[in-house]
Write a protein that binds this ligand. Structure first.
Ligand code: UDX
Length: 436
């Protein structure tokens, strides 16, 4: 089947490459000429493990190509995916749908055959209806259906998530839409991946409900971690103890500095806006958003306390290890590291940092932070070392070397990657999250 993927950002590129790998003929389309040039030259505009190889293999096999020409890209396509960005609209937190609507208009004007139009971008409930109206208003003579098919990819594990999904959700209103989507995902049906057919509006809401639930789970365990520190309990054992209950489940109960990234912060806000529009408040998610925001800065204060409090922090030096919102990505969007660095700089602390992939993206977001080319050069002469993101490279630090380089052996581990007893034995003053 020929598939067109409009928008060659993170979601579009990963989905397009994976569909091509299933054997479909895929054209990825993007307005950004420089991005298309990079892709045609074999250079990935984003960092995602395994993506460059997947793209290369499928381009060589003649199944995957890139273009800026929408009309040519969609001709003969049976399924046309919309995977353009839906950022938070400045000022009100609503998802900005202007890119989605613009694509719908272009599709109406350029449709050259019957096709199913699929919204892959995360879009608020009712967007599929709007896309359908816009395309219909163009007066196209061709038969079309609009389907919702949200993605649940995690950055850093996107290809595996795409190929072995927990479930595929398809929101379709007619058989044309359902039949074409069955064909699109046939290799995964054969794989016995669960597939859920729903109405279009239900599918749109599932995406937001899933992300809001996961953000709630993280925020819940983060607040439990704070309580653990006060009452003298261990949050990792609390997480294990509750997670063994199948109704709760053990995943997403890892306490840390708060969630960030391109999805949870944006999608929770957009869900709140939908709830407001329909006067059906989701108070739990309101609390989650507030608690998570406060938490990121509170982590900065935790570091300041480890330096001896406000009075003595000024003039000291802190090394941040890991800046991206999670490992195996170069994505800095809403990363807790930004708020932590700012809180430290505001307290008069000088900050150096190292991240395996995110330094280029981080630089403009934290201009006062000195970026170093290894963890050890960041650590040199510091009064405290802070693990912000749990990159594998920081799990096996040479602790003797660290101790020899620092001014004082204080380690603040915001991801609980080390064991308190071992760190104390190694001679560190060790502070972690939710482990008294
Ligand atoms: C998320 C969803 O998992 C994915 O299904 C959706 O499509 C997009 O949003 P992603 O943002 O790539 O994916 O990252 P994820 O691995 O889910 O982590 C999100 C944030 O939560 C990170 O900041 C991470 O550090 C934090 N997190 C996650 C925790 O603090 N504790 C956990 O137990 C899990």
């Amino acid at each position: 089947m020929k598939i067109a993927m409009i928008g060659s950002g993170y979601v579009g590129l990963v989905s397009g490459a994976c569909f091509a790998d299933f054997g479909h003929e895929v054209v990825c389309i993007d307005k950004d000429q420089s991005k298309i040039d990079l892709l045609n030259g074999g250079v990935m505009p984003i960092y995602e493990p395994g993506l460059a190889d997947l793209v290369e293999t499928n381009v060589k096999a003649g199944r995957l190509s890139f273009t800026t020409d929408l009309a040519a890209g969609i001709s003969d396509a049976r399924a046309i995916f919309i995977a353009v960005g839906t950022p938070s609209r400045r000022g009100d937190g609503h998802a900005d749908l202007s890119f989605v609507h613009a694509v719908a208009r272009e599709l109406g004007e350029n449709l050259a055959n019957d096709a199913v139009i699929v919204t892959k971008s995360t879009v608020p409930v009712g967007t599929g209806d709007a896309v359908e109206r816009i395309v219909a208003d163009s007066g196209t003579p061709h038969r079309f259906a609009v389907v919702s098919n949200p993605e649940f990819l995690r950055e850093g594990a996107a290809i595996a998530d795409f190929k072995r999904p927990d479930r595929i959700v398809i929101g379709a209103e007619d058989d044309f839409g359902r039949d074409v989507m069955r064909e699109v995902y046939r290799p995964l049906f054969l794989n016995e991946s669960p597939i859920l057919f729903t109405s279009r509006r239900t599918s749109e809401l599932i995406k937001y409900a899933a992300n809001a639930f996961l953000a709630t789970k993280i925020t819940f365990i983060n607040e439990m971690a704070d309580l653990c520190e006060k009452v003298g309990a261990d949050v990792q054992d609390v997480a294990r103890g509750i997670g063994m209950d199948n109704r709760i489940g053990k995943k997403f109960l890892h306490a840390g500095p708060g969630y960030g990234g391109s999805c949870f912060p944006k999608d929770t806000l957009a869900l709140l806006k939908t709830a407001e529009d329909y006067q059906s408040p989701v108070r739990i998610v309101e609390a989650v958003v507030g608690v998570n925001e406060t938490r990121k800065r509170a982590m900065g204060r935790k570091v300041i306390d480890a330096l001896g409090g406000n009075g003595s922090a000024r003039g000291k030096k802190v090394a941040l290890l890991g800046l991206t919102f999670k490992p195996n990505t170069d994505d800095m969007r809403d990363s807790p590291a930004i708020a932590i660095a700012q809180a430290l700089v505001d307290a008069g602390v000088s900050v150096s940092a190292y991240d395996p992939e995110g330094m280029e993206q981080a630089r403009p977001l934290m201009p006062e932070v000195v970026m170093c080319d290894s963890p050890y050069s960041a650590i040199e002469g510091s009064d405290a070392v802070v693990i912000v993101t749990e990159w594998d490279a920081f799990r096996a630090l040479d602790l003797d070397r660290v101790k020899a380089l620092v001014k004082t052996p204080v380690l603040v581990d915001l991801r609980n990657i080390y064991r308190p007893i071992e760190m104390r034995r190694a001679g560190f003053e060790y502070v972690s999250v939710g482990r008294a």
